[in-house]
Write a protein that binds this ligand. Sequence first.
Ligand SMILES: Cc1ncc(COP(=O)(O)O)c(C=O)c1O
Length: 476
Amino acid sequence: MKKNLASLELSKEAMKAYGDHVVDAIIEHYHTQNSKLPVAKGSREEMDSLFLEEAPEKGSDPLDVLHFVLEKVMTNSTDMSHPKSYSFVPGPSNYISVMADALATGFNIFSGGWVASPAAAELEIITIQWLLKIFGFPQKKGGGIFTSGGSMANLTALTTARRIKCGQDFSKAVIYLSDQAHSSNIKAIRVLGFKKEQIRIIPTDLEFKFAINKLKNCIAKDKLEGLLPFCLIATSGTTNTGTIDPLSELGAICKKEDIWFHIDGAYGAAAILASKGKQLLKGIEKADSLTVDPHKWFFQPYEMGCLLIRNHKHLSHTFTEKPEYLRDIEGNTSEINFYDHGIQLTRRFRALKFYMSLKTYGLKEFRKAITYNIDLAEEVETILRGSKHWQVVFPATLAIINFRYNPIEKKHSKKELDAINQYISEKVVSSRKALLVTTVLHGKTVLRMCLINPRTTLDDVKETLALCEAFAKDRD
Ligand SMILES: Cc1ncc(COP(=O)(O)O)c(C=O)c1O
């Protein structure tokens, strides 16, 4: 017999040394990140000069490769879990889940079918049950699935909604979402093959909430034209401002009109764990499907999204396929094959990190962290309102605050203010001391701070505001 000369293995000692280095590097990162600069910058040319080469025919010493990666790759990547990374949606993460991911990958557990990994499937069922309870969904009938992120959860939801409400023919189907809905929803609608004429983007009111009257008018008109209103996407925590759509009212409209009610809670749904958030999120339990994104405000490392669904049968009805090569691992109905509940067949074991971090810290610590985040944003709002230089453009909502430099002692045109605030953001980012980018609200360029990192302190924010003021004065 021919001997396999390939060597994709390391000795036990070499594995241990390698693993120790990796874990040490992660621990060091956790304990030194606050004193480092969060923002990475690099042009394509600079990155090419570091990394561009042909695929090497001959290997290298493992530790040499590891050190090269730690020095050149990690340092050239923005740290989204840094306390001064305020932009987009930060990824605060947590160490237990990082290690859980290492275990899931280390054992390379296939989380597709029950027979392959009963414990992995069971942990997904259990953790989804925890989430169903948190969000007030029916526990017996309800279900869900972990996905790579919020975008995939939204796509999974809309695919299901269309299948259940339209069957095979969706030529007359119409879908409703607000002008503040996240772009991943539009992407999902496009992936599903809807035409532009089938999408209704409803304007929002001054608080960026779905304008209910305009929505009702639109639905009525569509019905009169013989179209089929089949799905409405509400947002519980818009990406721009943290605004929550009027969920109870929207739920009632969907019920009356027999429209699938999807809530995109990728950003804000986790706020239900704080008492202020719970108040604001009333009505979330009325959704037919709800996107939650544990790699955001449930402090999980990337990639972990989640779709919860009122009736779990709707997922299997939408995604089940029965090819002959999977017939031996079908199992029975209570033993869920998650490949029948979503798009992916081969899936990593995402539930493990959620399970281990919740078991280790307890929900109580998550509640505390989220409450802290919401309160911190409110304190920042108070500071901004007490300053002669800053204007709060949209109040702290679910830990997001939008503001801009607009000194009372000097009058500026709108154009000048837009330019100054853009300048502040560019200077802050190029200083690498904080990640703080702009967004546009009612046509105004504003600075947007998303404060979901429990390691961010009020002093961090004050230092960042002082930096912004210094740049503003340079320019003004
Ligand atoms: C409201 C909302 N929905 C969906 C998404 C997309 O989620 P992901 O980036 O996990 O795909 C985001 C991301 O910021 C979001 O804020």
